[in-house]
Design a protein around this ligand. Structure first.
Ligand code: NAP
Length: 283
């Protein structure tokens, strides 16, 4: 299909640019360095960790892994984060999520030094995104969506974007980032009524609901741009998006695939944030 947005190409473009930026910093004696904190040994976390480490290595970013036991307490995690907050050799901190039960994610987000918050989850950074101020860090997945639209020079001004899903990781920050680009934004959630009808009003439709292939052709306005943020495992063990790709692609003018879609750009944004943190902390 020729209406598929090639997100791997966006990723390659960013990685090339970031590698150059990293090598320039290296010449100034700065090696961007991030601490990655993993609690327990979940397979998904280890797979994601390995993929991030490989990308760090490609770009020239130094990655330091901290592993806590499955039964780590809030106290253990808080002590580690505070230590990393005060460690001048660490520019960015990332925690693998979701956290094990009993650990308070909101509390963790607020403890991370906003200047090292490369995931963009600290309330200070979120407040900046909501104020249209990009001096901090935006949540990586929302930023990845914006980066894909920018790479393909998609004109957003005045267009109606319908976003399905209102999480703090994707839907809410993305709605604010799109608003800043002068889009008209509608944000839907699980309690929204007539959701197919609302979705069909979107010149741009973003699906971030965590429901495998739930968004079919009936949600898509003919000619709309469809961005699928979802990453789900279906009953046969395949990675699929929130959008029924085959059906939606028949009506969309442009569409992102899964796998090989938004997720392939998210790691590049995380690396971009590590480099930005290193540059800022050296100033
Ligand atoms: P989440 O925290 O579970 O939030 C899901 C949101 O979708 C909630 O706001 C929920 O509404 C809404 N929702 C659920 N069912 C709905 C429906 N039928 N119609 C409309 N809205 C509905 O999920 P998340 O963390 O944002 O993740 C969403 C998806 O993105 C998941 O598949 C996840 O794996 C994927 N993801 C991908 C990346 C990436 O890099 N590509 C990164 C993060 C997440 P309520 O608020 O009313 O409950």
């Amino acid at each position: 299909m020729d209406n598929v947005l090639n997100c791997k190409e966006v990723n390659s473009y960013l990685i090339k640019k970031l590698t150059k930026r990293c090598s320039n910093l290296e010449e100034e004696g700065i090696t961007p360095t991030a601490a990655f904190v993993r609690i327990g040994s979940k397979r998904d976390d280890i797979a994601y960790q390995n993929s991030i480490m490989r990308t760090c290595n490609t770009v020239g970013v130094s990655a330091v892994l901290h592993e806590l036991e499955d039964d780590a307490t809030m106290d253990d995690l808080t002590k580690l984060i505070k230590k990393l907050n005060h460690d001048d050799s660490i520019h960015g901190i990332m925690i693998f999520r979701p956290l094990p039960e009993g650990l308070d994610e909101a509390e963790v987000n607020s403890i991370i030094n906003p200047d090292k918050d490369i995931e963009g989850m600290n309330p200070v950074n979120l407040a900046k995104v909501f104020a249209g101020n990009y001096s901090g860090f935006a949540p990586c997945t929302a930023a990845a969506v914006m980066e894909i639209l920018k790479y393909y020079k998609i004109d957003l001004e005045g267009k109606h974007a319908v976003i399905l899903g209102r999480s703090m990781v994707v839907g809410k920050p993305l709605s604010m980032m799109m608003l800043k680009e002068n889009e008209t934004v509608t944000l839907c959630h699980s309690k929204s009524e007539n959701i197919e009808e609302v979705a069909r009003m979107g010149d741009l439709l973003v699906a971030a609901i965590g429901k495998p292939k739930a968004i079919g052709a009936d949600y898509v306005k003919p000619g709309a741009i469809v961005i699928d943020v979802g990453i789900n495992v279906d009953k046969d063990g395949n990675i699929v998006g929130d959008v029924d790709f085959e059906a939606a692609a028949q009506k969309a003018s442009l569409i992102t695939p899964v796998p090989g879609g938004v997720g392939s750009v998210t790691t590049a944004i995380l690396i971009k944030n590590i480099i930005k943190a290193a540059q800022r902390l050296q100033l």
